[in-house]
Design a binder for this molecule. Structure first.
Ligand SMILES: C[S@@+](CC[C@H](N)C(=O)[O-])C[C@H]1O[C@@H](n2cnc3c(N)ncnc32)[C@H](O)[C@@H]1O
Length: 270
């Protein structure tokens, strides 16, 4: 933007804000000095920029965001690419998708929007245990006029309608996978995000593995004949995830590595 007020930007930068962020805040709150001052204070006190602005881009969507949900991570944009590639192998024209632990709706709503752009009439079931997260993901669906979504309040698969059994073409998940111990050592800025979106109990001797394990265990009964699970897990949970897949009887399993060479995204077909 060229017409942003340079004097205001310099004032905010002088108060300690990064100059680019100062410009974004001025652009966002240019017509409301009180809101701008409040935003400046929130940002200077360490609150994540995405919450202060109240929205942030994720792939093709501008998602409303606040402290009710995890801030979607750039890695999850790649998870969407993996999901699209895997879905394309199924040749489904009207794919049925399940986003478990949908948070802001970032992953599932992006899939719905992008499949729609490719001429596919996808439907999405988005579930979360947090009513707050569901409320915000509903708002995001409305904002982007994505209507083919059913929202379900559920502790993982427990409240899903049994009529969905054996029907999903894709189950996608970015569940909590940080252990209690690791959480205490992470960047304190994470304390602005809902703890239950990040931290999971340990399982099978692996820190933070309980939710990943449960999703791997329960997904097969909800997947269709050529359905696929695409699931992000912790950088040190690769071996445990592969073991859980073997125990659950998946026949086709890959664990894709991140840029640091850690297995991070499980792609598994039962
Ligand atoms: C890491 S966040 C991911 C949010 C979103 N999918 C994203 O990638 O931005 C994990 C999400 O799982 C939800 N969650 C945690 N425990 C859950 C449970 N037992 N059942 C369903 N959802 C759960 C949290 O509320 C949170 O929204």
């Amino acid at each position: 933007m060229t017409d942003v007020n340079p004097i205001l930007v310099s004032q905010l930068a002088g108060a300690g804000l990064d100059r680019r962020e100062a410009r974004w805040l001025v652009e966002e709150f240019y017509d409301d000095p009180v809101a701008l001052e409040a935003a400046q204070k929130r940002r200077l006190s360490g609150e994540p920029l995405q919450y202060v602005l109240g929205h942030w881009p994720f792939r093709s969507l501008d998602l409303d965001l606040d402290e009710r949900v995890l801030i979607p991570r750039p890695e999850s944009e790649e998870l969407v690419d993996v999901a699209l590639t895997e879905l394309a192998k199924n040749d489904a024209v009207t794919p049925l998708l399940l986003d478990v632990g949908c948070g802001s709706g970032a992953i599932g709503l992006s899939l719905l929007a992008e499949l729609g752009n490719r001429g596919l009439r996808a439907s999405l079931v988005a579930l979360d245990v947090s009513p707050d997260a569901l409320a915000l993901s509903r708002e995001n669906a409305r904002k982007h006029q994505l209507h083919a979504v059913t929202f379900v309040a559920s502790d993982w698969f427990s409240e899903l309608d049994p009529s969905f059994r054996g029907r999903f073409d894709l189950i996608v998940a970015n569940p909590p996978y940080v252990s209690e111990v690791a959480f205490t050592e992470l960047d304190p800025v994470l304390s602005y995000e809902p703890r239950d979106a990040l931290v999971a109990p340990d399982a099978s001797g692996v820190g933070g593995f309980a939710d990943v394990q449960r999703i791997i265990r329960d997904a097969p009964r909800w997947l269709g004949p050529s359905g696929v699970l695409v699931l992000e897990h912790g950088y040190d949970q690769g071996e445990a995830a592969l073991r859980a897949c073997r125990d659950a009887g998946y026949r086709d399993v890959r664990d894709l590595e991140d840029l640091a060479g850690h297995p991070r995204v499980l792609v598994a077909r039962p």
